[in-house]
Design a protein around this ligand. Structure first.
Ligand code: S3P
Length: 742
């Protein structure tokens, strides 16, 4: 018996899509027989000549006889009439699907003619069209990594649906299910409207008398914008007419946008133009990243970034690492809800902080920059945020998601928060629980209460007292931020001190807040007054170089303007306890945050039992501290750090695996790690699991390894430390970055 999924497939219409499907079925040997029918005999003959079909028919009813799969790949207007014609000739087990770009009109015609849509028909739409058309343009891989939308109806036969899903999966497509109406509305905006505009622009210019002159110079923007005007006119005529109401609405919205542009031009309103253009540019960049599923600011789709480090260098020189991530997030969040314009200097232009910035732009906040760390946030006040039109995409950033949840649960509008794969695995119950106690309504996803989060608007929040079960600045901050919109007093007790940037910055914005004996309290309904923020260099980024200089003989490094908030300096204390030579000098306070310069020199390190009270104060620095421990003589033990298991990766397991791959005696514990250090570190290959701090930690390990260390999956280093590789190289690390783009 044949193993092929289909006996006989009838492809009705051998254009770009139909012939690509026939090629796919043929090259993957999915059908015993492939036949075609269509309106143009020459096309069918060409199909036979190409060997992509075995037989052709001029009569569709004859073609579908005894077929178990029928694909309607003709222009939209012909789909329903063809199905009506063939329905009585289909075999009992036949499954039928189409590839039309409009669904509602097809379904309406079928209902009218047949009373109901046949259960064996699965309406489908591969988003894989191109401006090229015809049987010769087809490709077996046309659908690979493209979306295919299926719009099954309530009575669609589940077996038929399953078979069609199987077909598209073999094509390497990404499947999406949608309601018919949603499909037509979305496609009207994302596909049909742009085609109309491209046709219209070319037609309009072509009518002008000097058109020849114009087209001679029409490269660049004109060519890009009008690529799709080369598409098949008959096909687009059909689509435009079939999706009329949705397309009319999309045109009206666009017309209103054009009118705004025209008014701004007429009035010479440069500021308005600038706002429209920058909003569009930012939105364009944002959705590019959403589609790629990456964190925010990557300009190309990078499928693979690898670090390769050669052993034996030392670290010398002076450097100012990029701005503090936690403070950068908060500068945008509080600036956005303040009254007046907040100036931020030293802002971290890393992907995480940019996700926060984009989220507030999506909620109507005008934000200028960042330009070399300078950002101007035009605050809208506590009641001024607007409903985002789509889900807020927060890339890799847990801080953005948790703090924003606190801010959004007291808004009059609902919102959805999503992120990349790593963020989609991180626990959100820790914020959903206390926020719900305050009256918020937050839906998490799945049994493990992970993102996406749906936050219901219009809830009344009440202040609560919350005893936090874990030491987490994100949880503390989410509750305090929700407290700004809550009635009465909100207070939080933390089991151990965690970073207090939210508290310091709220005070900086003039918001009254009390912090005593491990309890922070504030009352809702106040006001934030815009201010200036100078973001210090991030001690969590500096930590990589602190360890690098400590472990590489001959190193002497000056790190400037580092934030040394006492809730963040655990890494200095731990390294000193291990024998590290770190001098902290030039201490000063800048915009409410302590700052200092650090001099770090090589020193032989010894293993220690890490004091538990230092754990929350060095929570992000453990990956690189484990590298220090691997280089330190004797045993280092970390306990009470189970939180590391729920960071961007499971940092206990991933670090233990990586260290073991380099021959280091590292044992993962439920709540920490045991490392027997001081023995040789081998070269090897490390999987960073897309965790920025794991990638950078192992790059540092390369200084003391006996061979090359290759670290995989390093693109996310840009979430917290853009420019890491360059700076590391400038300071002496022999680091090479290999990128493979797709
Ligand atoms: C952060 C708090 C910490 C830290 C994170 C940033 C913040 O997370 O790990 O990188 O900015 O509040 P937890 O609150 O989960 O410990």
């Amino acid at each position: 018996m044949s193993q092929r999924p289909w006996r006989k497939v009838a492809v009705l219409g051998l254009g770009l899509i139909g012939s690509s499907l026939a090629r796919l079925l043929r090259t993957q040997d999915l059908a015993t027989e492939i036949v075609a029918a269509g309106s143009r005999p020459a096309t069918l003959q060409r199909g036979l000549q190409l060997g992509i079909v075995d037989a052709v028919y001029d009569d569709v009813a004859a073609a579908v006889r005894s077929a178990d799969l029928v694909i309607l790949a003709m222009p939209v207007a012909a789909i329903a009439p063809t199905l009506i014609k063939i329905v009585d000739h289909l075999s009992a087990d036949a499954v039928v699907s189409d590839v039309g770009s409009v669904k509602g009109a097809i379904i309406a015609t079928l209902r009218q003619a047949l009373g109901e849509v046949p259960a064996c028909f699965v309406p489908g739409h591969p988003i894989a069209g191109a401006e090229t058309s015809g049987v010769d343009a087809g490709r077996a891989d046309l659908f690979r990594r493209h979306k295919v939308i299926l719009t099954p109806l309530p009575h669609t036969d589940p077996r038929a649906l399953m078979m069609i899903e199987k077909l598209w999966r073999s094509a390497g497509a990404e499947l999406i299910h949608m309601e018919v109406e949603a499909h037509d509305n979305i496609l009207a905006k994302t596909s049909h409207l742009p085609h109309l505009l491209a046709f219209s622009l070319v037609d309009t210019l072509a009518r002008e008398s000097e058109n020849l002159e114009i087209f001679r110079y029409a490269a660049g923007g004109f060519r890009d914008f009008t690529r799709i005007a080369a598409s098949d006119p008959r096909m687009w005529h059909d689509i435009a007419l079939s999706n009329r109401p949705a397309l009319q609405a999309a045109l009206d919205t666009f017309q209103a946008g054009l009118d705004r542009l025209r008014c701004a031009l007429d009035a010479g309103a440069g500021e308005d133009l600038l706002q429209i253009f920058s909003r569009a540019q930012q939105a364009r960049e944002h959705f590019t990243h959403m589609l790629a599923g990456t964190a925010y600011a990557r300009t190309k789709t990078v499928s693979k970034t690898e670090f390769r480090v050669q052993p034996g260098a030392c670290i010398r020189g002076r450097a100012r690492v990029p701005g503090d991530k936690s403070i950068s997030h908060r500068s945008i969040m509080l600036g956005a809800i303040a009254e007046g314009v907040t100036e931020v200097h030293g802002f971290l232009e890393g992907e995480d902080a940019l996700s926060t910035l984009q989220a507030f732009r999506d909620m109507g906040v005008h934000i200028e920059g960042p330009e070399q760390g300078h950002v101007r946030v035009h605050g809208v006040g506590l009641q001024g945020l607007q409903a985002p039109v789509a889900a807020l995409y927060l890339g890799n950033s847990g801080t953005s998601m948790r703090l924003l949840s606190g801010m959004l649960c007291g808004q009059p509008f609902s919102s959805v928060l999503t992120g990349d794969d790593s963020l989609s695995r991180r626990p959100m119950q820790r914020i959903a629980k206390p926020l719900s106690q305050m009256g918020a309504r937050i839906d998490t996803t799945g049994d493990r209460a992970t993102p996406p989060l749906r936050i219901h608007g219009g809830q009344t929040l009440r202040g609560i007292h919350y005893d936090m079960p874990m030491a987490s600045a994100q949880v503390k901050s989410a509750i305090l931020l929700a407290g700004l919109w809550a009635q009465g007093e909100t207070s939080v007790r933390e089991p151990a001190p965690t970073r207090d940037h939210t508290e310091r910055m709220l005070r900086g914005f003039g918001y009254p807040l009390e912090s005593r004996d491990g309890v922070v309290r504030l009352r809702g309904g106040g006001r934030l007054q815009a201010t200036s923020i100078d973001v210090p260099a991030d001690i969590s980024s500096a930590a990589f170089f602190m360890v690098a200089a400590s472990i590489a003989p001959g190193s002497d490094l000056l790190l400037e303007h580092v934030g040394v908030n006492p809730t963040r300096t655990g890494v200095i204390d731990i390294l000193r306890l291990m024998g590290g030579d770190i001098e902290v000098f030039n201490q000063r306070e800048v915009a409410g945050e302590p700052v200092a310069d650090l001099r770090v020199r090589y020193a032989p390190l010894q293993g220690i039992d890490i004091p538990q009270d230092l754990v929350p104060l060095a929570i992000d620095e453990f990956p690189v501290l484990f590298i220090a421990a691997a280089c330190a003589a004797g045993r280092t033990v970390l306990r009470g750090a189970e939180e590391l298991r729920v960071k961007e990766s499971d940092r206990i397991q991933v670090m233990a695996d990586g260290l073991q791959a380099l021959g280091v005696a590292a044992q993962a514990r439920e709540d920490g790690m045991l490392i027997e250090g001081g023995r040789p570190i081998a070269g090897g290959r490390i999987d960073s699991h897309g965790d920025h701090r794991i990638a950078m930690a192992f790059a540092v390990a390369g200084l003391r390894a006996e061979g090359e260390i290759i670290i995989e999956d390093c693109a996310n280093v840009a979430t917290s430390f853009p420019g890491f590789a360059q700076l590391a190289t400038d300071l002496g690390l022999q680091l090479q970055v290999l990128c493979e783009e797709s």
